[in-house]
Design a protein around this ligand. Structure first.
Ligand code: IPE
Ligand code: IPE
Ligand code: MG
Length: 245
């Protein structure tokens, strides 16, 4: 178990390895994605129990549109199904569910389920759960720049007033504290165009476990790792120790 005082406020997760999990069992990739939904359920519960405030899950990237059409369509169907099945329980657990990503790229049926889930859980005060679908870190920065540019063109903002805060506010996670900890399952050690801006100072934790096998034990390992990090934000250790003592 991790030290309670050192729990990350915001955990971001790249849920990778569903396809390989299925292949190892001679199952279609889709079976891996389906098994991944149970790991999501467990992870949300564990995060809430450990006192994490925000959890952001990478479910489908901008680049994942390039997968075989059948896989994409089954994944979209699975999202609809998972929302149908899981949202009432999330609501009972006081979870507030929100989506980030290029919504206009999603099909109508899924959009309606997303809007209904967000509406149903909008007043909840427990864990904030962000699900990234059709999300890309570069896309996020571009859509934020466009909003800022619109305001500048409208004369609401001078160009020299544009700073990091102004831009950050227009990102999909504007107003949400940056992730403190990034977890990636499935053995790869890369960001794959996830929250490029927001991960600037996240601690990175990678494991070989495939997403459907990810559970409480791995989550606690990641929290333990996080608890042992000294976050310096460019300062020296001595400076950090002077402030915290
Ligand atoms: C992650 O698992 C889920 C999505 C990207 C939708 P993968 O489907 O990438 O699984 P692997 O990496 O092929 O094993
Ligand atoms: C990252 O996984 C995206 C999600 C988990 C949704 P990928 O499997 O798409 O990443 P790459 O292609 O191996 O970098
Ligand atoms: Mg993958």
């Amino acid at each position: 178990m991790a030290n309670n005082e050192n729990i990350p406020r915001h955990v971001a997760v790249i849920m990778d390895g569903n396809g390989r999990w299925a292949r190892k069992r001679a199952l279609p990739r889709h079976a891996g994605h389906r098994a991944g939904v149970s790991a999501v359920r467990k992870t949300v519960e564990t995060a809430a129990q450990r006192g994490v405030e925000c959890l952001t899950l990478f479910a489908f990237s901008s680049e994942n549109w390039s997968r075989p059409r059948e896989e994409v369509s089954k994944l979209m169907g699975l999202f609809v199904e998972a929302l149908q099945r899981e949202v009432d329980q999330l609501h009972r657990n006081n979870v507030r569910l929100e989506f980030i990503g290029a919504r206009e790229q999603l099909q109508q049926g899924l959009l309606e389920k997303i809007a209904a889930a967000e509406r149903q859980t909008s007043g909840n005060t427990g864990l904030r759960l962000f699900v990234a679908v059709a999300y890309g870190g570069r896309w996020d920065i571009v859509q934020a720049v466009r909003k800022v540019a619109d305001r500048a063109v409208a004369g609401e903002l001078a160009v020299d007033e544009i700073d990091e805060q102004v831009l950050a506010k227009q990102l999909q996670l504007g107003g949400v504290p940056d992730p403190d900890l990034l977890i990636r399952t499935g053995g790869e050690q890369r960001i794959s165009n996830f929250l490029l801006w927001n991960l600037a100072y996240a601690e990175l934790w990678f494991c070989d476990v495939l997403w459907p096998d990810f559970g409480e034990q791995q989550f606690d390992e990641a929290l333990g790792f996080f608890g042992r990090r000294q976050r310096r934000y460019g300062h020296t250790s001595e400076q950090v120790e002077a402030v915290s003592s």
